[in-house]
Design a protein around this ligand. Structure first.
Ligand SMILES: [Zn+2]
Length: 130
């Protein structure tokens, strides 16, 4: 998800404050992620931003063994996390110190951490809950 356009700007402003923001429809109450200009559930454009709890469960996972990014040394785990609010997001699984390389299993409870980046806002990553 880019961090330079108007539709995603509130998400990244929240990220800078360590808050995981989701869009929520004022008409039907549905949460969604990624940000879009209209509600996926009812098509209305009455969206507002709300802070998510930052907790969820692992919906699916895959271990990456090939180097595809300069800032990530394999092996590491990429997971689709189902947030408590409903939306799913693809994310990096980290250990308690925020470092990549931790594993996880489907159904594991996880919570958000923020991974600092040099040229961009912090990225939401997840660790297994204690
Ligand atoms: Zn709606």
């Amino acid at each position: 998800m880019s961090h330079g356009d108007a539709i995603t700007a509130p998400f990244w402003a929240g990220a800078r404050e360590g808050r995981l923001l989701l869009q929520r429809c004022a008409r039907c109450g549905a949460h969604q992620f990624y940000p879009r200009p209209f509600c996926l559930a009812c098509d209305h454009d009455t969206l507002k931003w709300e802070a998510a709890a930052g907790t969820g469960v692992v919906y699916s996972r895959t271990e990456v063994h090939v180097k595809v990014r300069e800032d990530l040394v394999p092996p590491y785990t990429v997971a689709v996390v189902a947030l408590d609010e409903g939306p799913r997001l693809t994310t990096l699984i980290v250990d308690g110190d925020g470092d990549p390389g931790a594993g996880c299993e489907i159904g594991d409870p996880v919570e958000v951490l923020w991974r600092a980046r040099a040229e961009a806002p912090p990225l939401p990553v997840f660790k297994r809950s204690a």
